[in-house]
Ligand binder design. Sequence first.
Ligand code: FES
Ligand code: FES
Length: 154
Amino acid sequence: MGTAHANFTVNGRLHRLCVDPGEILLDTLRHRLGLTDVKWGCREGACGACTVLIDGRATPSCLRLTATLSGAHILTAGGLIAEPLAQDIAAALENKHAFQCGFCAPGILVELFALFSRAPQPSADQLEQALSGHVCRCGGYPLMMEALLKLNAP
Ligand code: FES
Ligand code: FES
């Protein structure tokens, strides 16, 4: 099948990789780079667990081929947590005990970081839309909304 080259940054570190053309970014991040904060769920773009920022856009990493990402800047939840905005979002969710098992948390944090970065005071509709791409099997949505609307309050 051959190999392809991909050079990109992940959490600020440059990586030069030789990959199978069919390798998905989720596998690259978890298996090659050891970034287990990127969660492995449905592998078909439906659960949001594997969401990362690619050039500022929240994207399920299972839907992107690593070989197509040369030049990209990728951030995972673990890389984002140094950002004050990510810390504020995480603290608001933690204070409400919005997560139980926490499996969905990294993908949701990435999604919310992208939302609050472009809309510092998102509406309930915008928050619901952002969360709609993420499956939380523990049913934490009402507490998440409560926490995020409070974060939104002036
Ligand atoms: S594992 Fe990527 S969206 Fe579910
Ligand atoms: S807290 Fe368990 S899946 Fe969301």
